[in-house]
Design a protein around this ligand. Structure first.
Ligand code: ADP
Length: 252
């Protein structure tokens, strides 16, 4: 049925911060295995919407539901942030946060251990199966030859890709990304897009982004936010051709 294609449903979400209405009655459905962008001018509410999904912020009204590939609908609103991660919804922030004194491979190993309990992780040695998974994942982000290099000596773009790999190796169903190509040049940005297209075969990706070339390269669906409301939603080319959207971007 139609609902099987929906992996995330944001329903009637409003957020008020100390009297300031950051989001008003936002409704969004995200399709499984798609790359879905939240775009819009500064202050539109994009980051707040990501915060709502991962329960960093509680909505004043409305809720967010996650539909796992196998299993029952999960209400994310009201859950603890770490539980949402366990459910398979993970967030990557804009600033890279890899362990600079560990190698690329060790960072990946740590990421796999993150989901285990403390005692298991202290005594756990990476299995052959996990090593194979790490290799396969590093290959997807083009870092397979950088395995033994200290993460601290990676270029900025490579650090971002490592972080995406660290999330992806946990086999999430949804990855939330905040400007994954920030600070990258054109070739690196393009490469980031290509690797996200590879990754979406196995999970859904929700991205907050300003760079429209990047959005055009990979977007399956775009939600335009403006002053906390959904202004428009659909295909990126339709959206950018819309006069209201153009007016918002040009500030007219
Ligand atoms: P965007 O990501 O689209 O630039 P944000 O979601 O960061 O927009 O912010 C939307 C609006 O909500 C902004 O006007 C911002 O100042 C306000 N805002 C965001 N977080 C808070 C908060 N914790 N307290 C008060 N106001 C906030």
């Amino acid at each position: 049925g139609k609902e099987q294609d929906t992996v995330l449903k944001i329903k009637n979400v409003s957020v008020v911060f100390d009297g300031f209405q950051a989001l008003t009655d936002v409704n969004v459905k995200v399709k499984r295995n798609s790359i879905h962008f939240f775009i819009g001018p500064n202050g539109a509410g994009k980051t707040t919407l990501l915060d709502i999904i991962c329960a960093k912020t509680k909505p004043t009204e409305g809720n967010v539901s996650f539909y796992p590939a196998d299993g029952e609908k999960v209400r994310l609103t009201g859950m603890k942030e770490y539980k949402i991660v366990k459910e398979g919804v993970v967030r990557k922030f804009q600033v890279p946060s890899v362990f600079v004194n560990l190698t690329v491979e060790e960072n990946m190993e740590l990421s796999l251990k993150e989901n285990k309990g403390v005692w298991q992780s202290v005594f756990h040695r990476t299995s052959e199966e996990e090593k194979a998974l790490i290799d396969e994942t590093l290959k997807k982000v083009g870092l397979e030859k950088r395995k033994d290099i200290l993460a601290g000596s990676l270029a900025h773009g490579e650090k971002q890709w490592l972080e995406i790999a660290m999330q992806f190796v946990q086999k999430p169903e949804i990855i939330l990304l905040d400007e994954p190509a920030a600070g990258m040049g054109k070739p690196e940005t393009f490469k980031t897009g290509e690797l996200l297209k590879e990754i979406k075969k196995e999970c859904t990706i929700i991205v907050v982004e300003h760079d429209m070339d990047f959005v055009k390269q990979i977007a399956d669906c775009v939600t335009v936010l403006h002053e906390g409301k959904v202004l428009m939603e659909g295909d990126i080319h339709q959206v950018l051709a819309d006069e209201t959207v153009q007016a918002v971007y040009l500030g007219r």
